[in-house]
Ligand binder design. Sequence first.
Ligand code: GUN
Ligand code: ZN
Length: 437
Amino acid sequence: MAPPTDPPRRAWRASLLRFVADPGAQDAGYEYFPDGLLLVDAGRVAAFGPAETLLRELSTEIPVIDRRDCLLLPGFIDTHIHFPQVDVIGSGGRMLLDWLETHTFPAERRYEDTAYAAAAAEVFLDELLGNGTTTAMVYCTVHEGATEAFFAAAQRRGLRMIAGKVLMDRNCPEYLRDPPGGGLDATRRLIARWHGTDRLCYAVTPRFAASSSEPQLAGAGDIVRETPGLFMQTHLAENHAEIAWTRELFPDARSYLDVYDRYGLVRERAVFAHCIHMEHADRRRMAEAGAAAAFCPTSNLSLGSGLFDIAATDAAGLPFSIATDVGGGTSFSQFRSMDEAGKIAMLQGQYLSPLRAFYLATLGAARCLGLAATIGSLATGSEADFIVVDPQAIPLLARRRSQSTTLTELLRLILTLGDDRLIRTTCSLGVPVHGHA
Ligand code: GUN
Ligand code: ZN
């Protein structure tokens, strides 16, 4: 598929939704135009507002795509997902450490074959785009070739992606183990080739504390410090057995987070997946350092990991986003993530509004990544990555929609009943990369 190159200017008429702030528990922080117009110029948002006003000033030469029965919003941003785990999804039924050994590591081994990885990267990107996700923060495997293949595939499609080679040099099968120093050398080569190339960014990716030696964690910290704008991603406090094991491996650390902190990995542009069984001081420490958490509801349920505490995360002022964590997670669809997130909130006597759920998968996620000026907002001048959601695509949803009146009701129906069938079009820089104009 060719990267988006076409047309200079185009307008989309639809119900428009974007966020300007975290709605929290309120029905606030958003802009909604039931009959709106989005104008795209050279891949960026040129205008976003009521159709009636904007159409008056619009040159008749600019084509207007009429999607008045659809909802247009920023493309989803998935802050935690594993590319090789397209081959693991649906193999739950075991808890984390057992699941890694039994299903995940053997599946990731196949990615030593770069041709296999290149073909899987296309499948993975098709799934992301088909589910309306325009940016993801991606774990590749330990293999440099597979990581290279992922970046090359994303580059060919002109996507904004953040990814990294997994660092893992102990407590894993021999066949997936970085040689001493080798993972860090490969990381440096990949950064030189891909970080800042087109719309791509690099994330230094120690899998989790237990599978990296102290020299590898220290080296990861050095690399992140040396190179401006790099991201960092890892897992944190997901599962009780994992936490106990980490304590044994790092007896001097104050907490699980402290292991990462000692090596300079708790910082801006660092995203820690799960953050379930956390000491409150660690949430505050992450917030103070400018780091973010990724809440992965379908994964946390399918691996029996536990319940992410939204209220405690908010109380610490720690930004978080909603992510899929495929293949521990069971769906590429952020609708499914949002729905399960709301249930996890309720199981703890908390409430996640549909508006906030959509925020957490768009602008909220962009903020966690420090990219809010670029993606996730559809603000004027930002990149025109957006989706057209068609509530008619699912007959039961269409029926229920005809019985609802408010935006909140519509969003709740979409996240309850929705999946990839609803994504009529996904646009990257204003050009369809899934579906049609
Ligand atoms: N912790 C270390 N590796 C993984 C992984 O691949 N998935 C999840 N959910 N947790 C992890
Ligand atoms: Zn994960």
